[in-house]
Ligand binder design. Structure first.
Ligand code: CTP
Ligand code: CA
Length: 216
């Protein structure tokens, strides 16, 4: 089994010394890479900038990227030959419309940045998904959680969406624990308790394995 996994944030440059990014640590994505490798899969981990070392498991190949455009280029090259796609990255939705060639100098009292939309990696690749391929997405929501997560499942052609609720203390960004609900395209819903990200990753891998090989 071959797994394509995106993880971490993306950094969108503004000038040679500044970028727009987010607080994703990459821990959930890296834990998933380890869990899929432990289950015997060959994993391509396409990672945005993180402080985490490359996983040492020989089944995991780590590719480092900075921007959403770079992550998309790497993911689209791997997607056709992967059996399972996992989109755990916190991709920047927008990037600066232009990247200044020199450091932007301080001038007026306000500064307005123009941003343009980035490619939606999961949705774009979702349009190319073959029936035997399986796609897993994440949704981080603060309101109407399930409705929004199911909307993403449909729009991005996911087979499974991992819903992270920011309402739960100890879950999501910047934590070593997470609390998720899995929503499947087949209508199944599974609510898990707060646990270490490695255990959450194991639960997600099991949910994928039972759906791609019902006898596993
Ligand atoms: N995703 C992606 N490429 C993007 C944005 C999101 O691949 N440019 C993926 C994420 O990795 C995640 C899923 O899509 O698996 C949902 O990401 P999220 O940010 O929750 O969804 P958006 O469609 O960007 O909607 P919004 O941020 O408005 O909630
Ligand atoms: Ca987003």
């Amino acid at each position: 089994m071959r797994v394509l996994l995106t993880a971490g944030p993306t950094y969108e440059p503004l000038d040679p010394v500044r970028f727009i990014g987010n607080h994703s640590t990459g821990k959930m994505g890296y834990a998933l890479a380890e869990a899929f490798a432990a289950a015997g899969a060959d994993v391509t981990l396409i990672s945005g900038p993180t402080n985490l070392p490359d996983p040492t498991d020989p089944r995991i190949r780590t590719m480092r990227v900075q921007t959403a455009a770079e992550m998309y280029a790497a993911a689209s090259a791997e997607a056709p030959t992967a059996d399972v796609w996992v989109f755990a990255a916190a991709v920047a939705d927008y990037r600066p419309a232009t990247v200044a060639p020199e450091k932007i100098k301080k001038s007026g009292d306000t500064l307005t940045l123009e941003l343009v939309k980035n490619v939606d990696i999961a949705a774009t690749l979702g349009k190319t998904k073959r029936p035997e391929q399986f796609s897993v997405g994440f949704a981080l929501e603060t309101e109407h959680e399930e409705e929004h997560a199911l909307g993403k499942l449909r729009r991005k052609n996911f087979d499974l969406v991992v819903l992270n609720s920011l309402r739960d203390a100890g879950a999501g960004f910047q934590h070593d624990t997470n609390k998720v609900t899995l929503l499947a395209a087949d209508g199944q819903k599974t609510i898990f308790g707060l646990k270490p990200k490695a255990a959450v990753a194991h639960d997600i891998v099991q949910a994928v394995l039972t759906r791609i090989s019902p006898h596993a």
